[in-house]
Design a protein around this ligand. Structure first.
Ligand code: PEP
Length: 250
């Protein structure tokens, strides 16, 4: 049985005051009988503050990205190994905003995925198609290409301690959500592709859905067979909404 994961991606939002208020708001609202694991991914600069505030509790910490490099003359970069020092369990790699705004290639995302694993944390690998790609019937081809880049570098075993997030680009921050059926179809495709390589890994891996998940649509999405939780953007910035989405995870 896969334990659902609901992870909040805070993106470029926060201040010391906001981090403190949002974390306490979430902690107060989480039900003790919840089924889902919960994680938050604040900007790098607030990881230490969040680590201190979450210490001893049940909310896991994650980062939103890491460098593809380990160390050296790479101004502005933050390595996976540095992130590990701040108690992170997860690092998001290949978010569509990184792929599309910062032009990260499949190969770069695959290198980052590997760096996270080398540093003994779990990558949350984001994959997903644009609206144009969906309309051209290329959803599966795009997702296969994004997964293949990681498989080529890390092998199937690379997915043993990893999470995948299916995030259709057209649904991120747009208010448009994939229907539960549309999402389930892609999730089943991803799991099926991995099952062709290793059935045990495919059965174990958590595949999250992301894209305008809100308290109102969370339950119908999260009850699909192959949807094992959510990667939440906008709604993760409101303690009440985020806690309601976690509750929808069972
Ligand atoms: C995201 O950025 O990962 C995301 C899913 O954002 P939103 O929930 O705002 O669509």
């Amino acid at each position: 049985m896969r334990k659902p994961l609901v992870a909040g991606n805070w993106k470029l939002n926060g201040s010391t005051e906001m981090v403190s208020a949002l974390l306490s708001g979430i902690s107060q609202r989480l039900s003790t009988s919840r089924n889902a694991e919960v994680a938050v991914c604040p900007p790098f600069i607030y990881l230490e503050q969040a680590r201190q505030q979450l210490e001893g509790g049940e909310i896991a910490l994650g980062a939103q990205d890491c460098s593809d490099q380990q160390a050296g003359a790479y101004t502005g970069e933050v390595s996976a190994e540095m992130i590990r020092e701040f108690g992170c369990r997860y690092i998001i790699v290949g978010h569509s905003e990184r792929r599309h705004i910062y032009m990260e290639s499949d190969a770069m995302v695959a290198t980052k995925f590997d760096r996270v694993r080398e540093s003994r944390m779990m990558p949350i690998l984001c994959v997903g198609e644009t609206l144009e790609e969906r309309e051209e019937g290329r959803t599966q081809a795009v997702i296969s290409r994004q997964l293949d880049a990681v498989l080529d570098r890390s092998g199937t075993a690379g997915f043993r301690d990893a999470v995948i997030a299916y995030e259709p680009v057209w649904a991120i921050g747009t208010g448009k959500t994939a229907t539960p059926d549309q999402a389930q179809q892609v999730h089943a495709f991803i799991r099926g592709k991995l099952a062709g390589l290793d059935e045990e890994i495919a059965a174990r891996i958590r595949i999250l859905y992301g894209g305008s998940v809100k308290p109102e649509n969370a339950r119908s999405l999260l009850q699909e067979n192959d949807i094992d939780g959510g990667l939440i953007g906008g709604a993760a910035l409101k303690a009440e909404d985020f806690a309601a989405i976690v509750a929808a995870g069972g």
